[in-house]
Ligand binder design. Sequence first.
Ligand code: FE2
Ligand code: FE2
Length: 257
Amino acid sequence: MNTPAQPAMTLSELADEHEEKMLHELNSKLPAKSVLFGMADGKIEIANGNATLAANPGKVFLMGEDKRLPKMPDKPQLIDFLRLRMASTMHLLQSARHARKAGLPEKIVLACLLHDIGVVGFIRCDHGYWGSQMIEPYVDEEISWAIRAHQALRFYPDESVGYTYPDQYIKLFGADYKPEPYIEHAYKEALKHKWYMTSRMITVYDVYSFDPNTHVELEEFEDIIGRHFKQPKEGLCWDNTPSSHMWRTLNWPSRFL
Ligand SMILES: [Fe+2]
Ligand SMILES: [Fe+2]
């Protein structure tokens, strides 16, 4: 049986479509690429603003949201960032579930849930430091301290809790990788710290090999987030804390300035 042909668009429909496309193009702003984004491709370069404008007559640079990315609410909270700006949260959710099942205090479960937000939402290098700094104004100091310290602790075993150097790291970094002196220094300092075990628990419940068959929903931890992560009424980005700029950058990463 023949399916009836789609009726062709009328001239006026075509004109409307064309006009809409033009309008969209006129309204679309030019996203800017930071130097850091190019460095990951081995390039140190920045586009010349005026040359880019000259090549795109009628346009201006983006100074707000990037419409190619999922739309964020006006007053975004942690959950919105986890849902709309993190490349993947399954590793974090699996780690947090392990910690919760083991009966660890809620503070540590939250630390496990957020321990790698630096990696999945921002930048890999020194992810423990970046991630800790992002959340510092909103959580108990013990949580942000533990997230910062896990960056170093994960490279060092602790037999007392059954933590060994992850096989995954041999695979990822090679058998001859030795942590740099600043990591070793941070490890030694952490060892003496009153919250050492909190950070150590992050490494114990870290899921070093990702399990594709375990699916965990963020809803499972909404209660813990509600109790232990301050939700500013203005939204993250607009609450004027020492890390608000980091959330804003994550909100609109291609803003010109
Ligand atoms: Fe980590
Ligand atoms: Fe991790």
